[in-house]
Design a protein. Structure first.
Length: 323
């Protein structure tokens, strides 16, 4: 499996106070597609990440970090003239104020010529998002080329970022999601993009994909597969530290379940469990929950699932306490 798209260096405050007064920052790595790849690797799925970085310290740090997570980075391009993008965020439980420094980045110069270098005959699945598609016309052409490539299955997470798109954004993102075998979209994103809310309404907007997954925030998520009844699975209760990266982790968990041929409800639970690991950390990349807790909750009855609570301290199941 391959995840294709932009990743940047991320700087998060290492001390409290207004960002203009912060002197110490922690450097990390963040990018929707590499977040998914790292989470997939943690779940035991063989996965590669493809992008471009600058020939600079940030680019080397990005590649090293993703590789350390167990992801194949052998196809990553190093651009000798363009820099690695970066962003700065003030993180908090309700979200993050983010400033991006990515104009003219190495990743923004990716284009459809990359497809010929990827040897897709050896690839079963490609995961893409609407973030990379928004970076430049050439990136949009790359995403389209991969979604249209014969012989592979594809997943596309809408990942709506209004600051990256002009007026064409809603229709372009709909057309990209329509090309995918599996489309993932938040209910809030569908409301902002297409003025619809609820799984059935989203499915009417996206009748083409074989599978549509509608993420419904803290309520849960619904999978709508062609020829099958919708399946809803409630989300876990989580003591949120910071929300960035949770959607990427959910996508990874869901896709891992799907690739293992698990039933839809279990795929959704796998997504929720992976998302919980991202919600409990300041990092954009999910920290996997203990395998024993994951195995137990994947097959728990509805009451035990509803009673579980996830925090940075561990998994509390409402009966045995923190495990």
């Amino acid at each position: 499996m391959l995840c294709v798209g932009e990743t940047m260096a991320v700087f998060t405050p290492a001390e409290t106070g207004p960002p203009e007064q912060v002197r110490a920052w922690t450097r990390g790595v963040g990018g929707a597609e590499s977040n998914v790849a790292c989470a997939l690797a943690a779940l035991g799925v063989p996965v590669g990440w493809v992008s471009a970085v600058g020939d600079d310290p940030f680019g080397r740090a990005v590649v090293a970090s993703v590789a350390q997570a167990g992801v194949d980075v052998s196809r990553v391009l190093v651009d000798p003239t363009r820099p690695t993008g970066l962003y700065v965020k003030e993180a908090g439980r309700t979200g993050s104020a983010v400033r991006y420094y990515r104009a003219g980045s190495a990743a923004s110069a990716l284009g459809p010529d990359l497809v010929d270098r990827l040897d897709l005959g050896a690839v079963s699945h490609v995961h893409l998002t609407g973030i990379t598609a928004a970076l430049s016309p050439s990136c949009l052409a790359l995403v389209r080329a991969l979604l249209d490539h014969p012989g592979i299955t594809t997943s596309f997470d809408v990942n709506w970022r209004p600051a990256l798109w002009g007026p064409s954004g809603p229709e372009v993102l709909r057309s990209l999601a329509a090309r995918a075998d599996i489309a993932l979209v938040g209910d809030d994103e569908a409301e902002a993009l297409w003025g619809v809310s609820g799984p059935a309404a989203v499915r009417e907007v996206l009748p083409e994909p074989g599978t549509v997954v509608v993420k419904q925030g803290a309520a849960g998520a619904t999978v709508l597969a062609a020829g099958s009844a919708p399946v809803f699975e409630p989300a876990l209760a989580v003591d949120v530290v910071e929300p960035v990266g949770a959607g990427d982790a959910f996508a990874a968990g869901f896709l891992a379940g799907l690739l293992a041929d698990h039933p839809p409800a279990r795929c959704l639970r796998s997504g929720h469990l992976a998302a919980a690991g991202a919600l409990c950390t300041m990092s954009d990349v999910a920290v996997p929950l203990p395998p024993a807790d994951v195995a137990r909750l994947l097959v728990a009855d509805p009451a035990a699932w509803a009673a579980a609570r996830i925090s940075a301290a561990g998994v509390r199941d409402g009966v045995a306490g923190v495990r």
